[in-house]
Each structure stands twice: as structure tokens, then as C-alpha cells.
Design a protein around this ligand. Structure first.
Ligand SMILES: [Zn+2]
Length: 507
């Protein structure tokens, strides 16, 4: 009775889980129907039957998802760990606000929770203006030990240096002026939608001094709040740099001025902070500015830096690595075959990974997508084989089946579709027969339910809004392109990141 209750009342609630997870849970319940304990043995997550019965509510879904996340291991048994070095959690979109309109509840906690579930336990939240830098620090206070931040002025936000710009940049000021400073920017992956603005913006030296003094105050105040046991969450100066792909927000002259002024500040800080850098279609000027501030070999750059969201050429990337800089890769780095050749050439000891969410997701149109499809196909096959083995063992244990071999092993047909073969007496989990589940399974693994923003529900991801929990896709694609394991990518990125951005490694 109880088992029947579990199967009819609880299993449908698991419909958001991966089919293999639901199947495992069902197998476990069936296997132990005469015992007092349901052991979700695959997840090392034992639960008693009464406990399961009590949890016959939506809470079981969250618990099962946690158990599923704990099983987020590679086929070799490695449990990945990630640091998302570039995630724009201060963007209002993570509060449910799109283009100034509240479209759904604030779900920042869900975003951070999903990241943690996949092993992305450290998030460096990008500050790209005064407002986002301050908001990032506020978020960091809510998630100590998980959220870290940067503070700087992005090239696309650098019109604040224009003599005629109305924004107030006093770091102690209220939000006055921040709205103009925080104008919507096009995603970094997308081309310039408008013509560049005329390069006649005028730099006001007094205004520059005021902006840089405010940035210095923001950084030093935050740094002084930390101590040995509780370091400041502010781990880098940035995001700053040059973006000649998007000259419709700020002219080249003003971008160069903003970059140089912030580099001077970076060089003067004592101790220095690592740099979180942005360079797009501006390599020559970018390197020249860095060399002007820190020397031809960047010998005066004490803490190094990362050029994030890299989309340049192999030669450009090699020059940056030779200068001692690190390369940050995200979905934008896999757009074309040429991009993927660059990824292949990034040395493991110079690699960091990121999502740059809400932007820069890996899309099916990107060259990198096919690498992800292949990796996920292999992962699924391993899971299904293990699932079939567990099924057979279950039936043997319960005396309903004698051991079988080949006929129980799921196979893939030539289209890559998985044919699941279960022993005759097994029923498929209930949700498998629903109309929804008959939809063709996604060609890549989707760990969490994803909906349009208009259909948002608690716990769901939003279509088109990239999140840190998707960083495993970046790691898988980098591994596949470079011909190394996911473990090698994750561990190299972790080591590089904790070496440059101090205070993150508390393991
Ligand atoms: Zn950027």
C-alpha cells in the first residue's frame, strides 16, 4: 500500500527531474518494499519510507533535486567544482526585472542555489559601474563564502567621464544619477545594433579626478572591512577595458581615457588588486594601455589579471598569456570554428571559466554546441547503463527476476536516441507516459526545468537568461575541444582562479 502510495503520489512530483533520477528512485522504492528503509543508494541519501511519505509534497522535489545534484559526477566518478569568475548577478534580471519591468518574483536565491547544486560554489559577481559594484557588494553580504565581487567601470559605462554626462558618481550618493549610468547594454556576444556615437566626447579632468577618487574610496572601504578570518569579498578591480565592438555607448577616446585612468588607480593601490579585464576588437590599444601602466612585460602588475569572455585570435591570446595574464572562457568563446581553435590553444595553466550570465549562454547555433551534445550523449549512456544494472539487481534481490545481461542494457540507435529496455515486469515511471514527457528528449542534459519568463514558477530557470548553474557546459566544451577530461579543466581553472583571486579557497 505504502509503496503504491509513493509511486502514485510522489513520483509524479519528480517529473522535473532527469528521467534517470526518477527511475533510480522508483527502483529503490520497489527494491525495498518489504524493508523499513528506502535507500536512495545511488545518491548515498537514505530516507525512511515514513519520511518519504511525509514528504509527499513539493518539498520532496527539492530534496530529490539536491540528491540528484550530489550525483553530478562525471563518468570517471569525479565531482566537479567550479568558480564562475564572471557572473552579473547585480543585473536586475536576476530579480525578475526585464527592461525595467517586474516580470516575475525575485529569484536570486534560486539562481545561487542552483549554482551550488551543480558544484559552482564560488561566484565572482561583476561590478561594471558604481551601481552594479555597490549592488554586488550587497549581494556578497547575503552570501558570505559564496559570492565575491569586482568593482570597476566597464567601457560601455564609461560615458560618465564625458564632461556633459549628467550622472553623479559619488560613491556615497544615493541612487541619483545611477539610472543614466546603468543604461541597458547589449549582450557582449551580440553585434553593435546602432552606429557608433561620434568620437567628440570631451573629457573633463575634474570629473575624472572625482570618479577615480570615488572608485578608490569604494575599493579601499570594502577592503578595509575585511580581516584575516573574514576577508573582504571584493577580489578584483574591474570590469574594465576596451570594447570597440560597442562604440554606440561610449566613444573610443572616452573608453581609452576611462581604461587608462582606472589602470593608474590599479597601479597606485597598495596592496594592488588583480584585474578583471574586458577586451573586444581592441587588442593593440588594450595591450599598449596595460604596458603603459605596468611596464613592457607587465612587471609592475603584482597580482595578475584575467581577460574575461575572450573572443580574440590565437596570436592575441598567446600574447596575453605571454604577458602573464589569464584567459576567461564562456559561451561567447565557442561561437565559431575559429573561436574553438583559440580555446584549443589556451594553456590549462592560464585558463579560467565563467558564464557571464545573464549573457553569453552556449547556443545550438554555436560551433561549441556539438561538443556539448557529444559529451552529454556519453554521460547519458553511462547513466543508463548503470540504471539498467541497478534495475536488474533490484529484481534479482526481490526475487522477481533472474539475472539477465544484454537484453537489459539500453542502447542507442544510429540517430543517437536512447532506447531504454526494461525487464517486462517493470512499469515505466508514471511521468514517462505523460504527453509532456513524450517530447523528444533534449540533445543536451537539462538539470533544471526551464520556462519562458512569462511562465516563471518557483525553482525554474528562464529561457535565454544564462545562469551560473550552466557553467558545467563551458567546462565540458573546453574539455572536448582540448581533448582533456572535465576534471582537468575544472581543477586547472579552480587552481588558477584561487591563485589570482585570493580568499576564495576555503577547502
Ligand atoms: Zn565583459
Amino acid at each position: 500500500m505504502l509503496v503504491g502510495h509513493l509511486e502514485t503520489k510522489i513520483l509524479p512530483l519528480w517529473s522535473g527531474l532527469r528521467p534517470s533520477t526518477s527511475a533510480y528512485l522508483r527502483v529503490s522504492i520497489t527494491a525495498h518494499k518489504r524493508a523499513s528503509t528506502v535507500s536512495l543508494h545511488h545518491y548515498h541519501h537514505p530516507l525512511t519510507i515514513p519520511a518519504l511519505a511525509r514528504m509527499a509534497s513539493s518539498s520532496i522535489v527539492a530534496q530529490a533535486r539536491d540528491a540528484e545534484a550530489e550525483s553530478n559526477v562525471t563518468p570517471t566518478g569525479y565531482k566537479p567544482r567550479y568558480i564562475d569568475i564572471g557572473i552579473n548577478l547585480a543585473d536586475p534580471i536576476f530579480r525578475g526585472v526585464y527592461n525595467g519591468k517586474q516580470r516575475h518574483d525575485d529569484d536570486l536565491a534560486g539562481v545561487v542555489g542552483r549554482a551550488r547544486q551543480v558544484g559552482c560554489t564560488k561566484l565572482i559577481v561583476t561590478g561594471s559601474s558604481f551601481k552594479s559594484s555597490k549592488d554586488a557588494l550587497t549581494i556578497a553580504k547575503q552570501y558570505p563564502g559564496t559570492v565575491y565581487t569586482t568593482a570597476g567601470i566597464h567601457p560601455c559605462s564609461s560615458s560618465i567621464f564625458d564632461a556633459s554626462h549628467p550622472s553623479s558618481h559619488n560613491s556615497n550618493a544615493s541612487n541619483q544619477g545611477d539610472d543614466t549610468e546603468e543604461a541597458e547594454h547589449t549582450p557582449a556576444c551580440d553585434p553593435d545594433p546602432d552606429a557608433p556615437i561620434p568620437d567628440n566626447q570631451i573629457v573633463d579632468p575634474a570629473k575624472t579626478a572625482d570618479i577615480i577618487a570615488s572608485l578608490r574610496t569604494l575599493i579601499t572601504t570594502s577592503s578595509s572591512e575585511g580581516d584575516g578570518s573574514n576577508p573582504s569579498p571584493l577580489v578584483a578591480l574591474g570590469e574594465f577595458g576596451l570594447d570597440y565592438d560597442r562604440l554606440h555607448y561610449c566613444s573610443r577616446t572616452l573608453q581609452l581615457h576611462s581604461f587608462s585612468a582606472q589602470l593608474s588607480l590599479a597601479a597606485e593601490l597598495s596592496p594592488q588588486l588583480p584585474l578583471f579585464l574586458h577586451s573586444r576588437a581592441a587588442h593593440h590599444d588594450f595591450v599598449a594601455c596595460l604596458q603603459h601602466a605596468f611596464g613592457p612585460r607587465l612587471e609592475r602588475l603584482e597580482r595578475g589579471g584575467v581577460v574575461h569572455s575572450f573572443t580574440g585570435t590565437v596570436d592575441e591570446m598567446t600574447e596575453l598569456m605571454d604577458l602573464g595574464l589569464y584567459i576567461g572562457l564562456n559561451g561567447c568563446s565557442f561561437k565559431t570554428a575559429e573561436n574553438c581553435e583559440v580555446v584549443k590553444a589556451v594553456r590549462l595553466d592560464r585558463l579560467m571559466i565563467e558564464t557571464d550570465g545573464p549573457w553569453c549562454e552556449v547556443r545550438p547555433t554555436h560551433e561549441g554546441w556539438k561538443y556539448l551534445v557529444n559529451m552529454d550523449k556519453k554521460e547519458r549512456q553511462v547513466e543508463i547503463e548503470a540504471q539498467a544494472q541497478a534495475q536488474v539487481q533490484t529484481n534479482v534481490d526481490s526475487g522477481t527476476e533472474t539475472p539477465k545481461t544484454d537484453s537489459d542494457v539500453p542502447t542507442e540507435n544510429s540517430n543517437g536516441d536512447v532506447k531504454r529496455r526494461f525487464p517486462k515486469k517493470s512499469k515505466q515511471p508514471q511521468q514517462q507516459s505523460s504527453k509532456k514527457s513524450q517530447k523528444k528528449e533534449s540533445e543536451v542534459i537539462e538539470r533544471f526545468k526551464t520556462v519562458k519568463k512569462e511562465k516563471w514558477v518557483e525553482g525554474a530557470m528562464v529561457k535565454g537568461r544564462n545562469e551560473p548553474c550552466l557553467i558545467d557546459r563551458v567546462a565540458k566544451i573546453v574539455a572536448a575541444i582540448k581533448g582533456v577530461t572535465v576534471e582537468e579543466v575544472c581543477e586547472a581553472a579552480w587552481a588558477n582562479t584561487t591563485k589570482v583571486f585570493r580568499g576564495l579557497d576555503d577547502s
